[in-house]
Ligand binder design. Structure first.
Ligand SMILES: [Zn+2]
Length: 387
């Protein structure tokens, strides 16, 4: 493939997400081969196709840190649909992958899908048989019997969890996922469903093959148990307390914010078993907790939890919770890549990394709304058809 030069008014480059004005990047063999600080000083004899993005801003392709391929929260009764047959769920996964890619998401971290759909789709995407984000997958999400986890499967006792962890590993997953608590809590006490022994069995299995662990964890004792057991990434943390923020910070763990489920009224009211007033009270509690987590400086990624094409809105919510635009952008690019374990391959506009890029109308460091205006997407240097 002929080398390409992409010029843009702004290029948000490097792991520090520095905004370079009137710069250019050279793409060769699907990788970022060079970054030129001044697009007007490009070598004249260079053989390359030049794409001028004009006033647009070039950012790293976004990474959805918490996704489920066959869960599509845009649909009515989407949770019931998790009982659809394998074939139906796979068809849905292929559609959501395409939808996510055209919204600028070039990598997605999958927190559990039935039937190893995520593992199959990861391979199909790599081989170019289906279009979508590059996938970082966890296979079968593991939950306790009668515990929370619509997309997970039930197990009981450390040995059952251990066995499934090994099964997931044999399928080649990139990390292991467990479900500890509910999503939105309707009671003052936050239920949790896995024992410390079960958690530890999963963490041990993951560590024995050098992969990380993630846990669906809203708060309460369940959150403390996760930190104690050595879970690497805590998902959702809707009810994290001030004290727990300190503990998580000290333990140097990641959190992934999925604020829509608590801040987007349509979704919140759908989930709460209480009336509208109860849901609104819950929303206020959650916002305060999440604000505390952001203020406490926890290192974070951002995810949609199956609200496909909604990553830009999640970013808006995280900024409303107090994060700076740069921290938010890092949560869907450089830091997200760290969480996914792919920072040596993608997640920033850095020489040698994959040319996974998105061109935006507007600069997200000035206004995050720009993330909703994706004008072009590149994956491994290939321009993606957005229509
Ligand atoms: Zn989830």
């Amino acid at each position: 493939m002929k080398a390409q030069i992409i010029k843009a008014k702004n290029i948000i480059a490097g792991r520090e997400l520095e905004c370079m004005e009137n710069a250019a990047v050279k793409i060769e063999n699907g990788k970022i081969a060079e970054i030129y600080e001044n697009a007007s000083l490009l070598p004249k004899d260079m053989e390359a196709e030049v794409v001028d993005l004009g006033d647009r801003t070039l950012i790293p392709g976004m990474i959805d840190c918490h996704n489920h391929l066959a869960l599509d929260a845009r649909l009515e009764n989407h949770l019931v649909k998790m009982n659809d047959c394998e074939c139906e769920q796979t068809i849905r996964a292929i559609k959501t992958m395409k939808d996510d890619l055209v919204s600028g998401v070039t990598t997605a971290r999958c927190l559990g899908d039935r039937f190893y759909i995520d593992v199959t789709c990861r391979q199909a995407q790599r081989e170019g048989r289906i279009a979508g984000p590059k996938l970082v997958v966890s296979g079968i999400g593991m939950r306790a019997s009668h515990g929370h986890g619509y997309v997970g499967m039930p197990f009981d006792g450390p040995e059952q969890f251990r066995r499934q962890a090994r099964e997931n590993i044999a399928h080649g997953v990139d990390f292991l996922k467990v479900f500890m608590t509910k999503v939105i809590n309707a009671t003052p006490f936050i239920y949790h469903f896995m024992s410390p022994e079960e958690l530890r069995a999963v963490v041990q299995e993951a560590r024995s093959v050098g992969i990380p662990t993630a846990c669906h964890c809203s708060g309460g004792q369940g959150l403390d148990d996760c930190v104690e057991a050595g879970i690497d990434c805590l998902e959702h943390v809707y009810y994290i307390t001030e004290k727990q923020v300190e503990t998580v910070e000290r333990a140097d763990r990641w959190v992934v914010y999925t604020p829509s489920y608590a801040l987007n009224d349509t979704l919140l009211f759908k989930f709460s078993p209480k009336d509208r007033e109860g849901s609104l009270a819950e929303k206020e509690i959650i916002c305060n907790c999440l604000r505390g987590a952001v203020k406490g400086g926890l290192k974070f990624g951002i995810g949609t939890d199956g609200l496909h094409q909604g990553l830009a809105q999640e970013c808006r919510y995280v900024s409303e919770l107090g994060a700076s635009n740069k921290a938010v952008l890092a949560g869907v690019t450089v830091n997200a890549a760290e969480i996914c374990g792919v920072s040596g391959k993608t997640g920033s506009i850095t020489k040698g990394l994959a040319a996974d890029l998105a061109a935006l109308d507007g600069n997200p460091l000035e206004d995050l709304e720009a993330l909703k205006h994706v004008a072009a997407v590149y994956q491994d240097g290939k321009s993606i058809e957005l229509g």
